[in-house]
Ligand binder design. Structure first.
Ligand code: ATP
Ligand code: MG
Length: 262
């Protein structure tokens, strides 16, 4: 199963991706967490020290590797480069044995990314063919760029994280509208930072407006923010919080979805 976590900036993608990855790993799945953000911080959310996280060179900045695999002389690139060994060669082990791959992101104008780094990243995601106990969790950069570059084309589930506010709902709607024609098998929402009393009816109206089911809601919890400001993973800082419990529910839903669709 390949799961991508998308949404507007700051809605909680990395918090969800990291916690979900570790919970899946604790259920004995082999989890590869992929940071596809130009400002990568999934490593810290997975419990790496800032120094260790900082030492990782994102794949798209590994010019030697890109040159070796994709070429590029005279503007001619291999569009189908070898990429199946990259996760095992460049992955870094984090808490609960989650393997972290920092890919970074490539800035390109338009949709048809032909740059060498883009070609390698796309091949990497396409070639991550999984055994049945393997799961990939992609922590995407905020916004819509990944959909334009087809990065999410090969995922089984696209999770769209949103907050209960107009701007993030509009972003969720745009993500959904761009992802549907790409053939993403399942798109589902997560509403984060819900305040007490803001419940059911609101969620139903989001489902209607965005056109996707909401799988889970996470309440606003100052401890989540506190954990983040201290650089401690939520799962270690506040393991019995409601937010962690809700992400466990999400994990269970995703696992049963993957079993049903197999
Ligand atoms: N349920 C919550 N309650 C309180 N604060 C939260 C909650 N979820 C996330 N946050 C806080 O919101 C901020 C953004 O979270 P996070 O980094 O996970 O979002 P993101 O979508 O990955 O952001 P970016 O777009 O910058 O990558 C962090 O300070 C985090 O601690
Ligand atoms: Mg993030």
């Amino acid at each position: 199963m390949k799961i991508a976590v998308s949404g507007k900036g700051g809605v909680g993608k990395t918090t969800v991706a990291a916690t979900l990855s570790r919970l899946l790993a604790r259920d004995n799945f082999k989890v590869l967490a992929v940071d596809v953000d130009s400002n990568p911080n999934l490593g810290i959310a997975l419990g790496l020290s800032p120094e260790k996280a900082n030492d990782i060179v994102p794949i798209c900045e590994n010019h030697e590797l890109i040159h070796e695999r994709v070429g590029g002389e005279g503007g001619v690139y291999k569009l189908n480069p070898k990429a199946d060994d990259i996760a095992s060669k460049f992955g870094v082990s984090t808490k609960d044995n989650v393997n972290l791959l920092v890919v970074g992101t490539v800035r390109v104008a338009g949709t048809g990314c032909m740059c060498p780094a883009g070609a390698l990243i796309k091949a990497l995601l396409r070639k991550l063919i999984l055994e049945k106990d393997e799961i990939v969790v992609l922590d995407l950069e905020a916004g819509l760029e990944h959909l334009g570059r087809g990065i999410v084309k090969n995922v089984d589930i696209l999770l769209v994280v949103l907050e209960p506010n107009v701007k993030s709902i509009i972003t969720a709607k745009r993500i959904t509208e761009l992802a549907k024609p790409l053939g993403v098998k399942k798109i589902a929402g997560i509403v984060n930072k819900i305040l007490d009393g803001e419940e059911k009816e609101k969620i139903q109206s989001f489902e209607k407006e965005i056109g996707i089911p909401i799988l889970v809601t996470l309440n606003y919890d100052p401890l989540v923010f506190e954990a983040d400001s201290k650089g401690i993973p939520l799962l270690d800082y506040s393991p019995s919080s409601k937010v962690v419990k809700a992400i466990k529910e999400l994990k269970n839903e995703l696992v049963s979805y993957s079993r049903l669709s197999r």
